[in-house]
Design a protein around this ligand. Sequence first.
Ligand SMILES: *[C@@H]1O[C@H](CO)[C@@H](O)[C@H](O)[C@H]1NC(C)=O
Ligand SMILES: *[C@@H]1O[C@H](CO)[C@@H](O)[C@H](O)[C@H]1NC(C)=O
Ligand SMILES: *[C@@H]1O[C@H](CO)[C@@H](O)[C@H](O)[C@H]1NC(C)=O
Length: 483
Amino acid sequence: MNKMEWKALRVSLFIGLAILGAANGNGYGESPGMVQSSFGDRIRRMQEELKASMVSPASSPSPSPQPGTSSPRIYRVTSYGADPTGKTDSTEALLAALSDAIQGPSKGFLMHGIRNLGGAQITLEGGTYMISSPLRCPSAGAGNLVIHGGTLRASDKFPADGYLIDLSAPASSASSSYNYEYITFRDLMLDSNYRGGGILVPKSLRTSIDNCYIAHFTTNGISVQSGHETYIRNSFLGQHITAGGDPGERNFSGTAINLMGNDNAVTDVVIFSASVGIMISGQANTLSGVHCYNKATGFGGTGIYLKLPGLTQTRIVNCYMDFTGIVAEDPVQLDISDSFFLGDAYVVLKSVKGVANGVNIVNNMFSGSNKGVDIVQLDQSTGPFKEIDQVVVDRNNVRGMNLRSTVARGSTQGNGTSWTVDFSSVLLFPNLINHVQYSVSAGTSSLFPNHCLRNTSQNRVVIESDVAVPASVFVTVDQGLTQ
Ligand SMILES: *[C@@H]1O[C@H](CO)[C@@H](O)[C@H](O)[C@H]1NC(C)=O
Ligand SMILES: *[C@@H]1O[C@H](CO)[C@@H](O)[C@H](O)[C@H]1NC(C)=O
Ligand SMILES: *[C@@H]1O[C@H](CO)[C@@H](O)[C@H](O)[C@H]1NC(C)=O
């Protein structure tokens, strides 16, 4: 469709809507208190408005609201003097808009002490704004606010430990409860210019980060510290802007998402460069639909690092680990399922105090290049796993990698009094078999031998009989269950 056709379509659309509105007796585009005008006048007026909006798309029809007035709570940053071309510093203007929004009209409260701003919006109006210090609110205790629609870029003077958006509570209004509640960051590109991070969310409740693109961070793209329920969704994070196979991949640093709190969710997120994709040190977080190709394991990168030994409580489902894997320290309650591991990516269980309890690594697909890489590995460099209970690594499928499992089946046949099935190349934990089931099939023999399980040492199952017999022996073993 060319420009003229598009214009014509928009005009006819407008007319269509105007007719609809007139039929309803509820004029489209009508502002409150306006005198009802004739139908023809209204169409003309709409066409004029349309023309005006096409001539200068950046014009803001309504001025920014003043606190206490009844105008809509849309805070346009250019009205505060912000420069949408990104050439001059807009820190003061953005802080002024933020300050007005946070201290603007509110009705009632969300959580105790959190004023309800009613859905006020700070719009970046599709501009790019350069800032030289973090955007921090002048006071805490506000909620139901949206910041959306543009780009923030750190200037060369931006502090290297700062975050472009920082929800810390100012010292004057710090309280023991939550800083903010239901703040939404939507449709934002955050460019940290290799100086610090993107968004810092400390002690807040129900924060949304939606359709954001966060790049050029050196510390964390997003850092969540205590609080609850920060939901990060449909977003893209990378230190360097690349689509994979970057010549500088070895040098990628920083962490894309750092969750140091509980009950957060990361869903449908791509992490395309960083040393660590997601670092988790709080409980009950869930990751789903996350695609990590941040830094290959071979270069020292980690897709997802679970640093909560002893109480992990993390669910990783339907994720795509692309040349980079998952590390879990002393996993206790961990689910990794229905995920795809490409490029010899694997899962490491790292022993800290030697505990692995309540771990499911099931129904995943692993694909590698026949280099003999195990799909699940143990890091016992600081000591062996000693307390292993309810660990299930099973039903994963594998191409070009070595299967490792906590449940295995095998068989052997021979003519004699002893049969050995060696599971040492497939069982995950060395020298650990908690359950054995076996059957002896002596189909061609007329004998009824007595037989028993003799030994499971070193993951080798030995069955013996009292008389020599030609037989097949079928064995199933399980490392996971101690009851
Ligand atoms: C990685 O960093 C090292 C040391 O800073 C530097 O010498 C090297 O050129 C960098 N490599 C790439 C590909 O950027
Ligand atoms: C099994 O071994 C015994 C001797 O140990 C032999 O007599 C018998 O023929 C063998 N049976 C088969 C099926 O090979
Ligand atoms: C089991 O086998 C190991 C060697 O694999 C041996 O050292 C041990 O004594 C055996 N145990 C029994 C009960 O036979």
